[in-house]
Design a protein around this ligand. Structure first.
Ligand code: GLN
Length: 563
């Protein structure tokens, strides 16, 4: 029988519930167990695919093409859980299923209601999220206990527990102990009230994880235990980490959480939680003194969550290359207005994916600067498309080259709509989504970095490189180094004459792990680090020019089209 852990949150949102859930999953895996991970989101959208990054942050794409909540990114980075469409349900998805059944007549004339029909559908969703063979299934409930829209989910997990033996279900509640600067103390009342809300619905949490910026005293733990009816040893402190979110599993193990979970769920008690390689990784991060700066030029730089997996992937590559990564977040529109001076002095440029024209000319300008000055460049999805536009305009001389996404009538559509997208009108879930194979040219830089000829990467886009321009690009020095073998779509572009200039149509950031960085990110950071070292050596000599122009300009071969 699979055991279930439900993780709810209280007091405020953004407590790091996704991260904590992922860390608990990881700790259990490190005790030799197989885990499933799932997130239930109370909003009405069927999935986050249609939501603005301002609302939701990054949309995380799974192998099967599901567009999901960014917390699933934490699950994949911390655990080996196999995630699929069933790993993320929203209120919208649950209701669509129930309404679909009602339209088919499956309810045989009964009145369809929140209890039992919606709650039954939620319970089915929880069971559907369990990967066969799992020992423990973790389900995180999004939102905050007490919200109107999360009520059916909390009610459903109460019923779910009632239908199973007590030792098969564990309730973890994450709360906040706010620190009042004026009185200089942590407050427990919000936690008490949040647990009160849960108990009103009939759920008694077994473990409380208290997020806090200051240490929680034993006396406070005792007080919380008494008021919330949770055993004192199960009131766990989760303090703000000092340098990396990867410290969270370590911290939870130090608080004894692994043993408390094992005891409650009657899991093998003698097992040890083995974090050896993880601890080694953290030690090495702590000892790293070298640092490089990477410019990320995008539309949503003020929102950390919009490019979450990209920032994570950069940090994974930094761990492997033993360098700290400083990120210079540059607004694409600002760069368009003020020019490449805004990325002066950085060691690498990354242009992430995106939708919509705003800021695109700034991205194109930044890429042109990187191409001409030998600055390592990594373009992802829209970033790769912008690199193609920049090359067509400034090397092939096709001044009006564009993507039909922003200029439907352009005479030079170097990026165009995929044939199977032309008659698609619905927005939700209709892009080229999920994992596709890519054949990599063996002697290319991408080929060397992957060390494999056939790789699999995740996609999320409607537009693609226009094959009519392929020969002209290749003759002018832009190599097509990755192609989809089934449809001959261009997936990777690179400039062999440049220290590192790679654009990819897919999203490699969804495949990077702290202990196994994605190979292209790894190569990008290694190139940026080499450049930083070279510059440092040059700067040591007083006679040298310290400016960014110190890099060797990379000139593409003359254009066969422009003349
Ligand atoms: N907007 C582009 C497309 O749909 C790029 C998408 C992306 O960067 N994810 O093709």
């Amino acid at each position: 029988m699979v055991k279930h852990i439900f993780i709810t949150g209280g007091v405020v949102s953004s407590l790091g519930k996704g991260l904590t859930s992922a860390a608990i999953g990881m700790i259990l895996e490190r005790r030799g167990l197989k885990v499933s991970m799932q997130k239930l989101d109370p909003y009405i959208n069927v999935d986050p695919g249609t939501m603005s990054p301002f609302q939701h942050g990054e949309v995380y794409v799974l192998d099967d093409g599901a567009e999901t909540d960014l917390d699933l990114g934490h699950y994949e980075r911390y655990t080996h859980a196999v995630l699929s469409r069933s790993s993320n349900y929203t209120t919208g998805k649950i209701y669509s299923e129930v309404i679909g059944r009602e339209r088919r007549g499956d309810y045989l004339g009964s009145t369809v209601q929140v209890i039992p029909h919606i709650t039954d559908a939620i319970k089915d969703a929880i069971s559907a999220g369990v990967t066969p063979g799992s020992d423990v299934a973790l389900t995180e409930i999004g939102g905050t206990v007490g919200d109107i829209e999360s009520l059916p989910f909390v009610e459903a997990i109460r019923q779910f527990a009632l239908e199973r033996p007590r030792e098969d279900v564990l309730f973890v509640h994450l709360t906040l102990l706010p620190f009042l600067r004026a009185s200089g103390e942590l407050k427990t009342k919000p936690t008490q009230q949040s647990v009160g809300k849960l108990r009103e619905i009939g759920i008694q949490p077994d473990i409380l994880i208290c997020r806090t910026e200051q240490p929680m005293t034993q006396e406070m733990a005792r007080k919380i235990s008494m008021f919330c009816n949770v055993r004192p040893e199960a009131v766990i402190e989760e303090r703000d980490v000092d340098f990396s979110i990867y410290q969270v599993p370590q911290m939870l193990v130090r608080s004894g959480l692994d043993r408390i979970v094992a005891r409650h769920l009657h899991l093998p008690a003698e097992a040890e939680t083995d974090l050896t390689d993880w601890n080694r990784m953290l030690d090495s991060m702590r000892q790293t003194t070298e640092s490089i700066e990477i410019a990320v030029v995008g539309k949503y730089i003020e929102l950390h969550d919009a490019y979450k997996s990209i920032y994570e992937s950069l940090s994974h590559a930094g761990i492997k290359n033993q360098t700290r990564i400083k990120i210079r977040k540059v607004g694409a529109e600002e760069l368009h207005a003020k020019g490449p001076a805004l990325i002066e002095g950085v060691d690498g440029l990354l242009v992430p994916g995106g939708f919509g024209e705003r800021g695109s000319e700034g991205k194109i300008r930044a890429i042109g600067h990187a191409r001409e000055t030998g600055l390592p460049f990594f373009g992802i999805c829209l970033g790769m498309q912008c690199a193609a536009i920049e090359f067509a305009r400034n090397v092939l001389g096709l001044k009006s080259a564009h993507t039909v996404e922003f200029a439907p009538e352009t005479p030079h559509p170097v990026i165009h709509l995929m044939a199977d997208q032309r008659n698609v009108h619905e927005k939700g879930g209709t892009m080229r989504l999920g994992t596709f194979p890519c054949r990599v040219r063996p002697n290319s830089l991408a080929g060397k970095l992957y060390g494999a000829e056939l790789v699999h990467e995740r996609h999320r886009h409607r537009f693609e490189f226009n094959n009519s321009y392929r020969a002209a690009f290749e003759q002018a020095g832009m190599q097509v180094s990755g192609v989809n073998p089934d449809r001959d779509l261009v997936e990777i572009l690179e400039l062999p004459s440049h220290p590192f200039f790679i654009g990819v149509q897919f999203h490699p950031e969804f495949k990077s792990r702290p202990l196994a960085p994605q190979p292209l990110f790894d190569g990008f950071i290694a190139a940026a680090r080499d450049r930083a070292r070279q510059r440092a050596r040059k700067n040591d000599k007083p006679s040298q020019d310290n400016g960014p122009a110190a890099a060797t300009p990379v000139l593409a071969r003359p254009s066969p089209v422009a003349s």
